[in-house]
Write a protein that binds this ligand. Structure first.
Ligand code: HAM
Length: 450
């Protein structure tokens, strides 16, 4: 037991600078692929009315039944009697926003992406946290198997860009229409009549509330009983079968390898037709790095017009775990290029200006500029892992010089003070300076004459 008075709450993590390198890298890959495919960013609020999640995701899903973080309004003195919950995922909130902002008036499909924290009050364990981060895509407004294929391709590319696709397997299934599933659920319930008592307690309850969840039950007894049970694909309509066949044809044309998994049903109620997940090759269903599927009635369920959609979310922590396992390093953009050390009031003033000038040029510069001895400042430069150090003592101020030290080679030389900046720029290389370009500031199509 630690004797710290405060620690981060159970199931949460501080994203420390080293992990941020991974987060930044993943966000970059996501943004890049999203923009290539015409997606625009949306950030729904981190909390919404609890009823939105209940209705959208489903009352009898684990996410809603057990894992919603309710927001307490204790102390608030307004008359708002609605209940709120932290978002356990993005899809319900984004569909709410699609309706609220009349996005049906935009050219369809509307393609939206998000990156941010989600919250599920689950029992914390490896890869399962109470606060975690997702990147999320939604394609709303059209239903066509080619859209499903394009979304799958994009997620596949991101996981390949991050160099972990080799560790994963794409699982895919078609769970038919709501009517198909209704008939199937009735058949499944029939099959289990008289066998209920052989099911583990949790699955007995599921048989009552959400029988489809039995299919991906981790309980061995359930899986044994299921071997003789009717299967969902026997109940798929011709339309669903045709849809699935087209999707597989498109995936083949795109050279995407997948595994058809007739037991894949996903844990959220809004899906129909296509569902897919990326599984760890070695551990299978547990800790998927991402999953998604089609949800053609969700928007109507939430009070909008009948509007189809498909989406996907990836779990950033699980992806980082895979990257680390396979030795993929995220680039470190936080390196210190130059450490500035000084001694005496005159040197301090000159260095204050020098540090600012270096930073303006895009050189990562640290200058403690305290009163410590030059020796201890140099020790600090070492601990910051600075590539170069600039030293300005009283003598150098008098002579108008400065000392440049290569911290890796351990060599140093004196030079004219004015030469220090051009010399550092040369050493680091113009291309490596951390600057904004005009293009970034003004936007791609800004008038170059401005
Ligand atoms: P989901 O399968 O519930 O789907 O979550 C997607 C991914 O989020 C999971 O595969 C996993 O990597 C990560 N994840 C989920 N829960 C946790 C947790 N407790 N700790 C760490 N990582 C977690 C959805 O959320 C759907 N909204 C995806 C979607 C978008 N479907 C259509 N559009």
């Amino acid at each position: 037991m630690s004797n710290l008075e405060f620690q981060s709450p159970k199931g949460t993590h501080d994203v420390l600078p080293l992990d941020h390198q991974y987060h930044t890298y993943i966000k970059k890959a996501v943004r890049h692929r999203a923009r290539q495919a015409g997606f625009k960013r949306i950030d729904p609020p981190m909390f919404e009315e609890r009823a939105l999640f209940e209705r959208g995701i489903g009352d009898h899903t684990d996410v809603v039944e057990k894992e919603l973080f309710t927001v307490s309004k204790k102390g608030a003195d307004d008359k708002d009697n609605r209940d709120y919950a932290l978002r356990p995922e993005f899809t319900a909130g984004i569909c709410r926003a699609y309706i609220e902002h009349a996005m049906d008036q935009l050219p369809q499909p509307v393609e939206l992406y998000s990156i941010g924290p989600c919250f599920r009050y689950d029992r914390p364990q490896k890869g399962r946290y109470r606060q975690f981060h997702q990147f999320n895509f939604e394609v709303i407004g059209l239903s066509d198997a080619s859209l499903d294929a394009q979304l799958i391709l994009m997620t596949w590319k991101i996981l390949s860009d991050l160099q972990i696709m080799g560790r994963l397997r794409l699982q895919i299934n078609n769970i038919g229409t709501a009517e198909n599933r209704k008939e199937y659920v009735a058949a499944l319930k029939d099959y289990f009549i008289g066998k209920e008592r052989n099911l583990p307690e949790l699955d007995q309850k599921r048989l009552e509330t959400n029988p489809l969840r039995l299919l991906d039950s981790k309980e061995e007894d359930t899986q044994i009983l299921l071997k003789r049970a009717p299967t969902l694909d026997q109940f798929l309509s011709d339309e669903s079968k045709k849809y699935h066949a087209s999707l597989l044809e498109y995936l083949d044309a795109l050279d995407i390898t997948y595994e058809e998994n007739p037991l894949l049903v996903r844990g959220l109620d809004y899906y129909n037709q296509t569902v897919f997940e990326y599984w760890d090759k070695s551990t299978g269903a547990q800790n998927a790095v991402g999953g998604g599927g089609r949800y053609d009635s969700l928007i109507e369920t939430l009070g909008g017009k009948s509007t189809p959609g498909i989406g996907f979310a990836g779990g950033i922590e699980r992806i980082i775990w895979h990257m680390k396992e396979s030795g993929v390093e995220a680039p470190n953009k936080d390196q210190v290029d130059v450490f500035v050390a000084q001694l005496g009031p005159e040197a301090k003033k000159k260095c204050l200006v020098l540090v600012n000038e270096l930073r303006e040029l895009g050189i990562h510069t640290v200058g403690a500029l305290g009163e410590a001895s030059l020796k201890s400042q140099m020790r600090l430069a070492d601990r910051f892992q600075a590539r170069y150090a600039l030293l300005l003592g009283q003598m150098e101020v008098k002579e108008g010089t400065i000392i440049l030290k290569d911290m890796v080679a351990g060599k140093q030389k004196a030079m004219k003070f004015e030469k220090a900046i051009p010399e550092i720029v040369k050493l680091i290389g113009e291309d490596n300076l951390d600057t904004y370009s005009i293009k970034d500031k003004l936007g791609k199509y800004a008038d170059p004459g401005i």
